[in-house]
Write a protein of this length. Structure first.
Length: 281
């Protein structure tokens, strides 16, 4: 398997996505992982990162691939990555099967996240990702997402064993956030985060970050969360700007989609700075 997306060289040293995430964990900051669904949302993410001189994770989910096609989204992401002036990590979010994750790696995604916690399946996928020069994100615990509920929280003491058995590079954990929330009324269990972070040097991942007050996101980044997934909050900013443009009489899609892109870029930039990644490119 050949990874299509190149590594970035800084001062003569090649930096992979895994390197950048490990640096974030060690440095007490986090990389924003923003979900995109089309050209304008992807452009908003890359432009925000360039403006902040920050590495960023450009994510497409399996739901997005069902809508637009995996190959199309991969081509879009790889094109933007190649043109960007900052490191762009192309990530496939919430793969629902091992085969879907493998398809994403073959299409050029650098990182993949698989739903499910079977160590044997994760180990196979980890080996495939590493052979391609990429990384695997595994969920030690499930964050509430539609029909997928976090029915259990893993024992922090078992976290390092799970990491070894699965061969994963990133660990998604449940700290109290939830997907698809429009209000910031979820509060993170910081003591649990410290307990989990004490068990592993691997970067931890927070899903459903739109539900969390911003001050708590900044604190989580300092305590071991190195990848913060954000989708709903940016989607709301994009949609509100498009609606306002349409209400003002815009008829050309290029006009109202550009308004959405600009609003999403501004919101993404706020999160990049909040998480401490600005100037890290």
């Amino acid at each position: 398997m050949t990874l299509v997306s190149p590594t970035r060289t800084v001062s003569g040293v090649a930096q992979t996505g895994k390197d950048l995430l490990r640096a974030a964990r060690a440095g007490g900051y986090a990389l924003a992982a923003f979900n995109a669904v089309n050209l304008e949302t992807a452009q908003a993410i890359v432009r925000a990162a360039e403006a902040a001189q920050a590495p960023v994770i450009l994510q497409f989910s399996q739901n997005a691939a069902r809508h637009a096609g995996l190959a199309t989204l991969a081509a879009l992401g790889l094109s933007l990555k190649a043109q960007a002036s900052v490191p762009i990590i192309l990530h496939f979010d919430h793969a629902e099967s091992e085969s879907a994750a493998l398809d994403a790696l073959n299409a050029g995604f650098e990182g993949v996240m698989l739903e499910g916690d079977d160590p044997a399946i994760l180990r196979r996928l980890s080996d495939a990702a590493h052979a391609a020069g990429g990384y695997l994100e595994a969920e030690y615990e499930v964050v509430v997402k539609g029909e997928r509920h976090g029915e259990r929280r893993g024992d922090p003491a078992q976290l390092s064993a799970f990491a070894r058995e699965s061969g994963c590079d990133l660990l998604a954990v449940d700290l109290g956030s939830a997907h698809k929330q429009e209000n910031k009324n979820a509060h993170l269990d910081m003591q649990r985060l410290q307990d989990l972070a004490n068990q592993t040097p691997l970067p931890l991942v927070l899903h459903g970050a739109s539900s969390v007050p911003e001050a708590e996101l900044a604190q989580a980044a300092q305590l071991g969360v190195a990848k913060v997934n954000l989708a709903t909050d940016l989607t709301l900013a994009f949609t509100a700007a498009v609606r306002q443009s349409l209400d003002a009489g815009a008829k050309d899609p290029r006009s109202y989609l550009a308004a959405g892109r600009d609003a999403m870029q501004a919101r993404a930039g706020q999160y990049i700075r909040l998480l401490g990644a600005a100037g890290r490119a």
